[in-house]
Design a protein around this ligand. Structure first.
Ligand SMILES: [Zn+2]
Length: 156
């Protein structure tokens, strides 16, 4: 885990963790892996739509889980993220031993506390820039659930 400053105080336990799937090409097995949680599907129609999507989530100021369109989430992972009291979490899906947080947005929980503490992270930017901006802007450490697996189907 890459630490960037202090960890925020623990958040209160969540009863519900809304799932959003922003997508250009949604994989059937991605949708199937979280279907029982009634995910909200958000089509991304241009290169800037992913940043607009985050700006919208930030305006809502509510905890949510971001699941990218090619992630297949392991059973139990959603519950683990929901029950975790860290304000900013991700499921690790990179190769073994890699500590960089870049790319972990594929299955990442943003709590309302994290959102409130970082009100101005997002601006209009191309989709590929978001995972560079986020770790630089974050003032707390990302909690990485390395014991859980989400599969990034881009690699297969
Ligand atoms: Zn966590």
């Amino acid at each position: 885990m890459k630490s960037i400053g202090k960890v925020h105080p623990r958040i209160s336990k969540l009863r519900n963790l809304p799932i959003f799937i922003p997508f250009t090409r949604l994989r059937a097995d991605t949708y199937e892996s979280v279907r029982r949680y009634s995910p909200i599907l958000v089509p991304l129609l241009d290169d800037y739509a992913y940043s607009r999507y985050f700006i919208k989530r930030w305006k809502e100021k509510k905890t949510f889980l971001n699941v990218e369109h090619d992630m297949v989430v392991t059973p139990g992972a959603i519950e683990a993220l929901r029950d975790c009291r860290a304000p900013w979490c991700s499921i690790y899906y990179g190769p073994p031993g890699v500590k960089e947080i870049r790319g972990f947005m594929g299955c990442m929980k943003f709590s309302r506390e994290f959102i409130a503490a970082h009100p101005r992270i997002w601006f209009k930017m191309k989709w590929g820039e978001l995972d560079r901006i986020l770790p630089r802007a974050a003032t707390c450490a990302l909690h990485v659930h390395a014991d859980l697996v989400a599969h990034n189907r881009r690699e297969t």
